[in-house]
Design a binder for this molecule. Structure first.
Ligand code: GLU
Length: 550
């Protein structure tokens, strides 16, 4: 009996051929150098920041080359599937400005000519190619039960042989077609295995775009390509999908690197051209001294939702991820402060080979720069969008004081050294609360900060006098000169130098008087420019606060 008969017995319903699919999925007509990349998640429902990292890398590579970036759903492990996960993935990515040219558009529908883009809908395609391999004697049915497989492994362990299903250990490899058909007709369950042509003594050389030149032993394992439930394994689906969908660059997590010998072999056996590979580092964090994978269970920052809840603008997260993708991004950003991040050229070759270190402190730094470059109008709209969801009291206060809040966000924005007060929106309240009477007067006495070396009594005395002479209708310099004159008249030194020369003859220096005024108005010793704060509060509120302070 022939392989052909075996193939028919195994996959009766499969009537299409390889040529049918090669005809259906035509070679893409793209301009020279255009790259086709994909994001290929399993729909498990958890959006890991590592997913955004991978998707952003792939999206940038495609977009910068005027290629195609598509979304393929790898749902062959149906136990892990979560309802609504596809739409959630699409929405999450969209929020990071990552959109797909092709692929799933929600949980059910899709766009593009290379579909279905959901692996569970591609069963017939996988089986067609598996059937072809069986016909050629390059794949075969395996009827071994789990117990039998375990027994093989035990024997291999005791003989110190490499574990796995290969060579002489592959019991079903040499089963005659006749015997196999008999078993199938008998209703025995089977998986389909590749009859690996590999020799572990030989090596394959490979060039990975991130890792560089690598070399590994050929695969000699008869890996499963179609499981007993009729669904393909990752390996088989990967080779067929990426070939038929015309992926030119497979960018995926480095955890797949050890499987590369299998994949290269599959492309070869299937008669497809191997795509370019870029195995991108996994997102790691420093835990004490040790680097480890960012964990869903232990690290809240592994979830994409974390960034939204904390109030990091998505722009900040994007720029931070770009920093991890290519460390040269930081310098580029300094040189091009106004450019869109999409002008930056992501280069796979410049990615770190050893692991992408994720660091919240650095993220905060990047984010401060991003927010600092925003106009106060943009800050205002992003802030209220966040506050509406996560900080209702602030939302109400802020929308009722729109102009004031915009002026606050605008403090020291221009100039050579703009202020970098905010890294994320949940830091705003603490930094601006004193502008709102509702929050300011509700503050407990212990929270009031006073300049060092000034007694409360003296502070009250100063404010009692200053309240009658302060003037904020003049420009900043005139205002400050007024404050200085007042301070000198009250026994304070006009500047640090004269104070240092003769500390006994002064109560302090002008900065102490400014500090007293600052405390009276804000309860803080460290704030943006005092004059600007007074102007924003307005004369009436300033006077009211002085009076209450006394
Ligand atoms: N579904 C695989 C994963 O989530 C995709 C790997 C790939 O991009 O090929 O790890």
């Amino acid at each position: 009996m022939s392989y052909k008969m075996l193939a028919d017995a195994m996959l009766k319903d499969i009537t299409k051929t390889r040529d049918y699919y090669l005809e259906k999925y035509k070679k893409r007509n793209l301009k020279e150098g255009a790259k086709v990349t994909r994001y290929a998640p399993s729909p498990t429902g958890f959006q890991h920041i590592g997913g955004v990292f991978a998707a952003l890398t792939a999206e940038r590579i495609a977009k910068k080359s005027e290629g195609i970036f598509y979304l393929r759903i790898e749902d062959t492990d149906q136990k892990r599937e979560v309802e609504g996960a596809i739409s959630d993935t699409i929405a999450t990515m969209h929020n990071f400005n990552i959109d797909f040219d092709e692929g799933m558009v929600n949980d059910y529908d899709e766009k593009g000519d290379y579909g279905p883009y959901k692996q569970s809908k591609r069963g017939e395609i996988y089986k067609t190619f598996a059937k072809e391999l069986i016909e050629k004697g390059l794949a075969y049915p395996c009827f071994c039960s789990e117990e039998e497989i375990n027994k093989i492994r035990e024997e291999q362990t005791s003989l110190k042989e490499n574990p796995g299903y290969y060579g002489k250990w592959a019991k079903c490899r040499n089963l005659s077609a006749e015997k196999a058909i008999e078993k199938i007709e008998n209703g025995d369950k089977f998986v389909i295995r590749l009859k690996s042509p590999g020799d572990i003594e030989k090596r394959v050389e490979f060039h990975d775009l991130v890792k560089g030149n690598i070399s590994f032993p050929e695969n000699n394992q008869d890996i499963v390509i179609v499981k007993s439930d009729g669904l393909p394994t990752y390996h088989f689906a990967h080779a067929i999908d990426d070939a038929l969908m015309g992926t030119t660059h497979v960018t995926r997590g480095e955890e797949w690197l050890p499987s590369l010998p299998i994949h290269v072999q599959l492309f070869d056996v299937l008669g497809f051209t191997t795509p370019n590979y870029a195995h991108i580092p996994q997102v790691m964090k420093l835990d004490g001294e040790a680097k480890r994978k960012l964990s869903k269970r232990k690290d809240p920052e592994s979830a994409v939702s974390y960034y939204r809840e904390e109030g990091y603008p998505t722009q900040s997260v994007i720029e931070y991820l770009l920093n991890i993708i290519n460390s040269s991004f930081e310098e580029w950003r300094e040189e091009n402060p106004k450019a869109s991040y999409t002008d930056f050229n992501v280069e796979l070759e410049k990615m770190s080979k050893s692991g992408a270190l994720f660091d919240i402190i650095k993220l905060n730094d990047v984010s401060k720069n991003v927010i600092c470059r925003m106009t106060s109008e943009d800050m205002y709209s992003l802030y209220i969008e966040w506050a509406k969801e996560y900080k209702e009291n602030m939302y109400n206060l802020v929308i009722n004081n729109e102009n004031m809040v915009k002026s606050i966000f605008n403090i020291d924005k221009d100039g050579a050294k703009p202020r970098k007060d905010y890294g994320k929106w949940n830091e705003v309240e603490e930094k601006i609360y004193y502008f709102f009477d509702e929050l300011f007067y509700g503050e407990k006495e212990e929270a009031i900060e006073m300049p060092k070396n000034v007694s409360l009594e003296e502070a009250k005395r100063i404010i009692d006098k200053y309240k009658d002479i302060f003037n904020i209708t003049v420009d900043q310099e005139t205002w400050f000169n007024g404050l200085k004159e007042f301070a000198v008249a009250e026994g304070y030194a006009a500047d640090r130098k004269s104070f240092k020369k003769n500390p006994e003859s002064f109560k302090g220096m002008v900065s102490d008087v400014a500090g007293i005024v600052r405390s009276a108005l804000t309860h803080r010793t460290n704030t943006p420019d005092l004059y600007t704060i007074m102007v924003i509060l307005g004369e009436e509120k300033v006077r009211e606060r002085f009076n209450k302070f006394i």
